[in-house]
Design a protein around this ligand. Structure first.
Ligand code: ADP
Ligand code: MG
Length: 855
């Protein structure tokens, strides 16, 4: 030991240290018990006895728990510091004990607790700290635990224990995690916070074990399978260790909280399995802190005054090891010896064993008894180096306010009182490793000297080299600089002279030229300006006039537009009236003629020599034919025949138009349709169409054919005589009214054909397709004119009903139209028809797939 034998830190407690040893690794402060009996545990009782024993009142004790006094005189035997904490009334007590006073009364400023014996008598006890029901967790930590934690960081072992009846707040005081509110954090969490704040993660270590002691079996709460951990005591140092327990290195607060949570979960699981309550077991948290202390004298050598600066610089690394044990003791209440709470007598004994052994040890220590029975239980064995022995110990005893538990409260208080008499001998655990340090330092020193020499040499050489080089560079730079300056100077001089010369010449020339030119230019410019001005004023007046004219015209136009609009509507009205009049007149004429001359006579006039008569007559017939009631008579009288004849014989377009109209009207009747066909109506109508110039004529012809198309029986004949071809010819005219009739005809035809195919009387492709109508149908299936569109859509749907038409339809692009119809045709029946058709035809389905139409 550096300080030499017998050099003690504190002269008044010489006997607490032993002499030097020659081993390189030593425990510096080897504790000795006062009576120097090595077979006895290193416990010592306090010399000053209780005062006021009859009232249970102790003399005032110094400072806060385990604080100042013990720390200041490190090495002085320390006493167990005892605090009492009162739990507030809980909800049940507030109701049940409402009419009773609390069984304890606290006087925190006097550090006294009064225990009510009866209505008129109390016992008073003094503690190191009295914590009322209002004491915050922070304050409890600071007075109970903080001094112990600081001791651990300085290399002392430390113990914090909570003792008390179940439900009085032991776990609340020690184990609360404070997740819901950080103000509620208990001692374990706060202690770890302080430890982590002090250690350096690179060189120090914090290792934690978490255990449960139940019925003398020690279980690892971090590894529940490990449920019988043995306790090893090192005979020489008296250190207690648990080689079988899981040790977890803690680097941050979060991982510590997780560890506590895990331990708590395992504790719960283990107790459920054993069918016990955690109030019957002790929970022990052990925190091993190893710190390397830099820049501080070892405590034992600080007073010897022999340290030289050399010695200081070669100070060995100082490692301080401290162990903090936090013990949440089992409930202090007596277990029913009868075993009525589910335990046998033996079990009840065993459950109590550790706690009663702890009580016995405390008693023995307090009474300075020759024998302290530490070996009686696992708990006392475990706490051997933490409680009593060489550690700083704080005990918090927890009590409840309820007078119903006065007995338990009293016994808790007595336990605390006895514990206050136990003295601890503090042991600073510092370890040095001089040999390895010296070796390491020697090698390091050698290396450093060599390195230094080498560097010194290299440095000198380098300096020399650099100096020479710098000298060279400087003189070269100076030379170059002088040369460059001279060169530049000459160049600038030359340039300057040349520029001056050039400028002078230019100036002279400019002077001459400017004199002459300027005069001429001025005259010229003045003239031009005058002219431009003139032009400008002329332009301006012209523009003004033009603008006025435009305004004028605009207002005239507006007037005209207004009068035109009114005139137009007037004209339309008049026209309508005239048309109505004509219509009425013709009708009346027809009727008059019928009445006067009879139908026969009128029909005969159709063949009159006089063209005007013929025209007149055909108009009369047409008007008659417009009325359904007359149609039969006209046909019977041979009118249809005459009308057809007129189509063939007349060249007059008016006659053609009116006759075709009449035929169209007559063709609404099925019987007449057959007649028309049998009398060569199709060819007559198509010839008429081919010569027609007036779209109205074409409309009549197309209308007539369209009506014929709707007859099931006439399909083949109609097609055979060129009916479809005629319709497709007519299409060329392009007039929407005409196209609408054509489309109607095609739709009618398609409908009849479809019906025939369904009935089986028709096979093979549609005749419409055969005759090349499909492209037109497809083209006009989405026409803007709704009648054209509707008929064509219908025609497509009919055609699509029959698989034989599918291939042609696909190749002509009808598929797209069908898809469109199935999606947005305003008529629901057509939409559904199209949809059904598409969905049921294999060819269409394949076509859709090929065209990648998502359907
Ligand atoms: P023990 O561990 O001693 O059996 P607990 O810590 O489980 O007792 O406390 C019992 C109940 O009393 C818990 O609900 C706890 O929250 C509550 N409690 C204990 N001490 C206090 C206190 N100081 N302030 C408020 N509630 C407390
Ligand atoms: Mg508890």
């Amino acid at each position: 030991m550096a300080s030499g034998g017998g050099n003690n830190r504190n002269g008044t407690h010489r006997n607490s240290l032993k002499g030097t040893t020659t081993t390189s690794t030593v425990s510096t402060d080897k504790p000795l018990s006062v009576n120097s009996n090595p077979s006895k545990p290193a416990f010592k009782n306090k010399s000053s006895p209780l005062t006021g024993a009859s009232s249970g009142l102790r003399k005032s004790s110094p400072g806060s728990l385990g604080g100042g006094a013990a720390k200041d005189d490190a090495g002085v035997p320390g006493r167990v510091r005892v605090a009492v904490r009162l739990r507030p009334r809980n909800a049940e007590e507030s109701v049940a004990d409402a009419d009773f006073a609390d069984c304890v009364e606290l006087q925190p400023e006097l550090k006294r607790l009064k225990l009510r014996k009866n209505n008129w008598d109390t016992d008073t006890y003094e503690f190191d700290e009295v914590l009322t029901e209002f004491a915050s967790q922070k304050r409890v930590y600071e007075v109970v635990a903080k001094p112990v934690v600081e001791g651990v960081l300085d290399g002392y072992n430390g113990t914090i224990m909570a003792y008390g009846q179940t439900g009085t707040g032991k776990t609340y005081t020690l184990g609360r995690l404070g997740e819901e509110d950080t103000a509620n954090r208990g001692i374990m969490v706060r202690a770890m916070e302080d430890i982590l704040a002090e250690v350096s993660p690179e060189i120090d270590s914090v290792l934690v074990s978490y255990l449960q002691l139940y019925m003398e079996s020690l279980q690892d709460l971090l590894d529940p399978t490990n449920d019988n951990i043995s306790i090893v005591e090192e005979p020489k140092s008296g250190d207690v260790s648990l080689p079988g327990a899981t040790l977890v290195e803690i680097r941050d607060q979060q991982s510590f909280l997780e560890l506590l949570r895990l331990g708590e979960a395992h504790r719960h699981a283990a107790n459920t399995k054993l069918n016990t309550e955690s109030s019957r077991s002790h929970a022990l948290l052990m925190v091993h802190v190893k710190r390397t202390v830099k820049g501080r004298e070892p405590a034992h050598s600080s007073d010897n005054g022999n340290s030289t600066s050399m010695a200081r610089s070669l100070r060995p690394p100082l490692v301080r090891k401290g162990k903090l044990v936090v013990v949440d003791l089992a409930g202090s209440e007596r277990i029913d010896k009868s075993g009525s709470d589910g335990h046998t007598r033996e079990e009840a004994k065993s459950i109590n064993l550790s706690l009663s052994a702890l009580g016995k040890c405390i008693n023995a220590l307090a009474e300075n008894s020759a024998h302290v029975p530490v070996r009686d239980s696992k708990l006392t064995r475990l706490l051997r180096d933490s409680f009593g022995g060489t550690a700083r110990t704080s005990l918090v005893i927890t009590v409840g306010p309820s007078p119903r538990h006065r007995g338990e409260t009293a016994s808790t208080i007595m336990f605390g009182q006895r514990a206050m008499k136990v003295e601890n001998m503090l042991k600073l655990k510092e370890e040095f490793d001089y040999k390895s340090l010296a070796r390491r330092l020697d090698i390091q020193l050698d290396k450093l000297i060599m390195e230094h020499e080498r560097k010194q040499k290299a440095f000198e050489v380098e300096i020399e080299r650099m100096t020479a080089e710098a000298q060279n560079r400087i003189s070269e730079a100076e030379r170059n600089y002088a040369d460059a300056v001279e060169k530049e100077r000459l160049k600038y001089q030359k340039d300057y002279m040349e520029s001056i010369k050039k400028l002078e010449e230019k100036w002279m020339m400019n002077q001459q030229n400017q004199g002459n030119e300027r005069k001429e230019q001025m005259v010229h410019i003045a003239e031009e300006v005058a002219e431009v001005k003139k032009l400008l004023s002329k332009e301006t007046s012209l523009r003004k006039a033009a603008e006025e004219e435009v305004d004028n015209l605009k207002s005239q136009l507006a007037q005209l537009k207004m009068s035109e609009a009114s005139a137009n509507s007037e004209i339309l009205k008049l026209r309508k009236m005239v048309e109505d009049e004509v219509c009425q007149k013709e009708k009346l004429e027809g009727e008059i003629s019928m009445l006067q001359m009879g139908l026969q006579k009128i029909l005969s006039l159709l063949e009159a020599e006089d063209a005007d008569v013929r025209i007149h007559a055909v108009k009369v017939v047409a008007n008659l034919a417009a009325e359904e009631t007359n149609q039969q008579k006209i046909v019977e009288a041979g009118g249809l025949k005459s009308l057809l004849m007129l189509l063939g014989s007349s060249d007059d377009e008016t006659i053609h138009r009116v006759a075709a109209g009449a035929i169209a009207n007559l063709a609404m009747n099925e019987k007449n349709q057959e007649l028309i066909m049998s009398q060569g109506g199709i060819s007559l109508l198509s010839t008429t169409a081919s010569h027609a110039k007036d779209p109205q004529t074409l409309r009549m012809v197309a209308g007539a054919i369209a009506n014929l198309c709707g007859n099931d029986k006439l399909q083949t004949k109609l097609r055979g005589e060129g009916g479809i071809k005629a319709l497709l010819e007519i299409v060329k005219c392009g007039h929407p009214d005409v196209l609408a009739q054509v489309a109607r005809g095609i739709a009618n035809f398609a409908k009849c054909e479809s019906r025939a195919s369904t009935q089986g009387s028709k096979t093979g492709r549609s005749l419409l397709i055969e005759d090349g109508a499909l492209p037109w149908i497809v083209q006009n299936a989405n026409s803007d004119a709704s009648p054209i569109r509707r008929h064509n859509e219908l025609a497509l749907c009919h055609l699509a009903q029959h698989e034989v038409n599918a291939k042609d339809m696909i190749s002509e692009g009808a598929l797209w139209e069908l898809v469109r119809i199935s999606q947005d045709c305003p008529r629901e029946d057509i939409r559904t028809l199209a949809h059904r058709t598409l969905a049921s035809s294999p060819d269409f389905i394949a076509g859709l797939k090929r065209l990648r139409i998502n359907y």
